[in-house]
Design a protein around this ligand. Structure first.
Ligand code: G1P
Length: 294
């Protein structure tokens, strides 16, 4: 590896309107998925891929997120005094995970704008952008694979997943060419949230990107796109079209949980809980009975 270590950037400044009123005074990234806030899964994924420096771009209610990754001496003291080692370990886990930095996005002008805000922190490091609505199962290490591909090609890497035509309009969509590797494609074009009729393929961007700092120069002049927002997809399209740079896609076939809407969020909780040794014994038979009565 000839470049500086990877950093991670987690945009978390969205208003979370789909989860109101739960998100009235709390960022949606702090909603619990089983017993951890969604954003902790994302930070853990970065750490599992070897990333130690994580920048969270926040919006309103930033203190909730920063506090979660900070130590809480009174709580730790109480748990230690009670000898509650399991809960103490769970509390310490979040504060010992990584070097967490936070930065306010200011005016929310889109994902591209949020990423541009990271420039001064990221400087000349390559970096992963990780969207909190997409949780990737820890048993399917997508980000590690993407960092490897970044090293192999020396180029931007995005995560792609096949989605059904009725959902394609919710995503950035890639036009691709195959490579020698069945899991990796060369991206020849990108379009943000096309209609099913205009989509260049069924390969949607899921929220993992490994970017070169050159993206910042592109984002500086990327104008508003879909929805009037500065779109990361539009900046990546420019990089894909540049023969000196290029974009590769890792086609993910593992377990992904989309917590961006209510049904996806409920499914994610059930899917993750059913696999937990401490919960499945009671939950599985109950769920089977419950489903049988539907
Ligand atoms: C964003 C991106 C989109 C991508 C999606 C993945 O959209 O703009 O290209 O496919 O994340 O979750 P959002 O879901 O934030 O509207």
């Amino acid at each position: 590896m000839s470049h500086k270590p990877f950093k991670a950037v987690i945009p978390a400044a969205g208003l979370g309107t789909r989860f109101l009123p739960a998100t009235k005074a709390m960022p949606k990234e702090m909603l619990p998925v089983v017993d951890k806030p969604a954003i902790q899964y994302v930070v853990e994924e970065a750490v599992a891929a070897g990333i130690e420096d994580v920048l969270i771009i926040t919006g309103r209610n930033k203190s909730n997120i920063a506090n979660h990754f900070d130590s809480v001496p009174e709580l730790e003291h109480t748990l230690r005094t009670k000898g509650d080692d399991a809960r103490l370990a769970a509390v310490l886990e979040a504060s010992d995970l990584a070097d967490i930095h936070t930065l306010r996005q200011g005016e929310p002008k889109g994902l591209g704008h949020a990423v541009l805000r990271a420039q001064r922190h990221v400087r000349d490091h390559p970096f992963a952008v990780m969207l909190g609505d997409d949780l990737i199962d820890a048993r399917d290490p997508l980000l590690t694979r993407m960092l490897d591909e970044y090293d192999r090609h020396g180029a931007t890497v995005i995560a792609l997943m096949e989605v059904d035509p009725e959902h394609i309009h919710l995503y950035g969509v890639a036009a691709v060419e195959p490579t020698d590797d069945g899991d990796v494609v060369k991206v020849t074009g990108l379009v943000e949230k096309p209609s099913a009729a205009d989509a260049p393929s069924n390969l949607a961007i899921i929220g993992r990107y490994v970017l070169n700092p050159a993206i910042f120069d592109v984002l500086e002049h990327t104008g508003p796109g879909k929805g009037g927002e500065i779109q990361l997809t539009d900046a990546l399209q420019e990089i894909a079209a540049d023969p000196e740079q290029g974009v590769y896609g890792v086609v993910f076939r593992g377990r992904r949980y989309d917590t961006g809407d209510k049904v996806g969020y409920i499914k994610a909780i059930l899917q993750l809980a059913i696999d937990r040794d401490d919960l499945s014994g009671e939950l599985r038979p109950w769920l089977q009975d419950f489903a049988a009565d539907l």
